[in-house]
Structure formats: structure tokens, C-alpha cells
Design a protein around this ligand. Structure first.
Ligand code: FES
Length: 272
């Protein structure tokens, strides 16, 4: 973050674009000087701006020596503009914003990552962290679902890298020609796999209906609210607790979140 003015974006460029699904692209970003814009912790956010189109907050899905990556779904004018960009094009990046997944508190635990659709994007930063610090964590499992195979993000991880390194459980909502993997919704698949809550934390992110039903499954299986962690996507503008766009009760998602345990969310007003 620019210490003198946290609202000032770093001039960056796109150094790589991956087509994940028909409406999700992953953008690899670097400063114009060839450096990483900042070093985020897993779960933190970046404000990305497109000249002439505005800016919005996105989760950071991965980082390397000299880049960060964000996976962005085309949902409105700004993301539409982002999807039109090519390698070499300029964007502004400011951050990192928000808290991060509690990587220290999770040490020694088995981790179950549960994602639906683009909800795997923020979780991927923590999966990568856990794999990089493998000796700090117990058994790792990812359970991920999307509507169709075309909607599965991060296919290289899902079918290449991850199955060799952790339990990888993939499902699609409805049967499809050529797919001999699991078919069915994420919440039912969680129960079917029967993950023990003992010594295990669940990190959950996806569409609201998937979250609600997955929570019901996890509670039924005996997971405690303290051991279920989610990350919220709220409309955010300033990223620094000034504009009041992202508050839930007395909490600001941009400062106090986006990562919350279900125990923490329980204390916030029910309308959210
Ligand atoms: S985004 Fe402005 S207060 Fe959180």
C-alpha cells in the first residue's frame, strides 16, 4: 500500500490472462517497474481500477515473486471492461485490504476447503499457502462444485497439481456427457464424504444458497461455529473504513473482514 496516500493506486500492467470459464478470467498483475504490487496474506483483497471504467475490490487468488493474481467473473460494467483487456494493458492496483485467513490459529488442524463456483478464488490463496507450509497443517481436503464442467475454475489445480498433494473432491450439479466424476450439490457431497469435525476447520466460500445449505450440513456433522470460516464479498469502495459502504452493524468488511468465523458472524445483525 502506498504509505503516503493509501488511495493512490500503483500503476500496473497485465502480464498474463487465463480463461478459467466462459465468464471468469484470471489476471496476473505486476507493477510497471516489474515488481509485485504488494505482498498480501491469504484472503486479503486488492482494489483494481481500469482507466475510464472505475474500480472494484477483488480477492487475490495467488501470488508469486513478482506478481499477484485475481480471478474475476464478468458481472457488470467494470468487470466487462477488465475482460476486454489484453496482456500488456495498464490497470491500477491498490491494497492489500482487509484481514486474512487465520493461518496461525489454523496450524496443527486438518483443513477442509469448501468452494462453489467462483467462491474457490479467495480460498485458493489459503490452499496455496497451506501447501507451501505443508508441515504446519494436518490433512488437507478441497471439496469444490460448480454447475457444469465448463464452470469449474482452476482446472490445472483441480485435475493436476492438487490431487497429487491433497484430497480433491469435485462435483458438478447435473450429469454431463464425458464426466465420470461425482454429480450432485456441494452440501450433500460434504455429508456423503463424512469429514470428521475432530481437529478440523472448514473454510467455506460460494454463492449464498450453497453457504446456507453447506452450513446446515456442517452443523449436522458436528462442526463448531468457531471452526467454520468464510470470506464475505460486499460492495466496497474506499477499502479503508472511510466511505461506510461495507458495514455490517459496527463492523466494516474492508477492515474487520472479509474473513470471519461463523461464531463472529453470529454476533452481527441478522439482515446480512
Ligand atoms: S469500503 Fe469504505 S468503509 Fe469499507
Amino acid at each position: 500500500m502506498n504509505a503516503a496516500n493509501p488511495l493512490l493506486p500503483a500503476a500496473c500492467r497485465i502480464i498474463g490472462i487465463t480463461d478459467e470459464t466462459p465468464d471468469v478470467k484470471t489476471f496476473r498483475l505486476q507493477t510497471q517497474g516489474g515488481a509485485k504490487p504488494f505482498a498480501p496474506m491469504p484472503g486479503q483483497l486488492a482494489m483494481i481500477s481500469v482507466p475510464g471504467a472505475g474500480e472494484a475490490m477483488f480477492s487475490i487468488t495467488a501470488q508469486g515473486e513478482d506478481w499477484i493474481e485475481s480471478s474475476i467473473k464478468r458481472v457488470g460494467a467494470l468487470t466487462e471492461a477488465l475482460h476486454e483487456l489484453s496482456e500488456g494493458d495498464a490497470v491500477g492496483v491498490r491494497g492489500p485490504y482487509g484481514n486474512h485467513f487465520p493461518v496461525d490459529a489454523l496450524k496443527g488442524k486438518d483443513l477442509l476447503f469448501v468452494g462453489g463456483g467462483i467462491g474457490l478464488a479467495p480460498i485458493r490463496s489459503l490452499i496455496r499457502y497451506a501447501l507451501e507450509h505443508r508441515e504446519d497443517y494436518g490433512k488437507l481436503d478441497v471439496l469444490y462444485g460448480s454447475r457444469t464442467t465448463a464452470d469449474l475454475v482452476f482446472k490445472e489445480d483441480l485435475f493436476g497439481n492438487w490431487p497429487q498433494r491433497m484430497g480433491t473432491h469435485i462435483t458438478i450439479d447435473v450429469p454431463e456427457d464425458g464426466w465420470d466424476g461425482h454429480v450432485g450439490f456441494v452440501p450433500a457431497y460434504i455429508e456423503e464424504k463424512g469429514f470428521s469435525p475432530k481437529g478440523r476447520a472448514c473454510i467455506l466460500c460460494g454463492p449464498p444458497i450453497m453457504i446456507r445449505l453447506s452450513l446446515a450440513s456442517l452443523y449436522k456433522m458436528g462442526f463448531e461455529k468457531e471452526n467454520i470460516i468464510t470470506t464475505l464479498e460486499m460492495r466496497m469502495k474506499c477499502g479503508i473504513g472511510k466511505c461506510g459502504r461495507c458495514n455490517i452493524g459496527s463492523k466494516y468488511v474492508c477492515l474487520d473482514g472479509p474473513v470471519f468465523s461463523m461464531a463472529e458472524l453470529d454476533e452481527l445483525p441478522p439482515e446480512h
